[in-house]
Design a protein around this ligand. Structure first.
Ligand code: SF4
Length: 231
């Protein structure tokens, strides 16, 4: 039986349908992402507004010292959900390309440090950096010149640190701020963990098409997202 060749018009139509389908798919995933970012923005705004309200009752001394970024410098495991990773990735997409490249390198070095755990004597490459005084530093790779480079989209953990309580009633913050609470004074603090638990879970695909874990340290989640792991 003679094989019926499909006409080129038919082939073109199918090709066009495929392209439109792909475009629709991209549009769909683009708008899903926008919706997810809008939800995240709403959560962050509600949290920030609540803290501003709380702060009205806080003692004057209960403030982060000006220019202090010790928490960002010393932290190595800000926990984030995939939804929050979307926020950070969005913030990085708006950053200058050279900073984005640098941030990705810093994330790789953070991962190398964690994997090798050999930074105590300050390796020059592939591990922690040396801070003044020789102590090993890993810190948050998104800290830039003493400021958060993704400030508008910093995770809930960072927004809460120093200004919230934990479910066991303890203060969720650094000792500098803890000392600033006048003796005998009780500060009403919001339960950060309860808000973190209520964070909507969304599935976020990495650039390699895998799904991000439900929660993980920020640099590691970014490393997975951008498919930058060393293995
Ligand atoms: S994400 Fe920003 S606020 Fe959070 S630890 Fe990193 S630099 Fe600090």
């Amino acid at each position: 039986m003679k094989k019926i060749e499909r006409g080129s018009a038919e082939k073109n139509l199918e090709k066009k349908k495929g392209e439109e389908g792909r475009e629709r798919g991209e549009e769909k995933s683009g708008s899903q992402q926008q919706r997810a970012l809008a939800v995240l923005k709403g959560i962050y705004e509600a949290w920030d507004e609540a803290l501003i309200e709380d702060a009205k009752d806080w003692p004057e001394e209960f403030r982060c010292p000006a220019g202090c970024f010790r928490c960002c410098e010393e932290t190595d495991a800000v926990p984030v959900t995939p939804l929050e990773v979307l926020g950070v990735v969005f913030a990085l997409s708006l950053a200058a390309p050279e900073w984005k490249r640098k941030a990705l390198k810093r994330i790789e070095r953070w991962m190398a440090y964690i994997e090798d755990n050999t930074a105590s004597e300050g390796r020059e490459n592939g591990g922690g950096e040396k801070r003044e005084g020789g102590a090993a530093w890993r810190g948050c790779p998104l800290l830039r010149d003493g400021r958060c480079s993704i400030y508008e989209w910093r995770p809930l953990y960072c927004r809460a640190f120093g200004f919230a309580g934990a479910s066991d009633g303890s203060f969720f913050g650094c000792e500098i701020l803890a000392k600033a609470i006048p003796k005998g004074k009780r500060i009403s603090l919001r339960d950060y963990e309860a808000v973190a638990r209520a964070m909507p879970q969304v599935k976020v695909k990495t650039t390699g098409g895998k799904c991000l874990p439900d929660v993980g340290p920020l640099p590691e989640m970014l490393s997975i997202f951008f498919d930058r792991s060393r293995t």
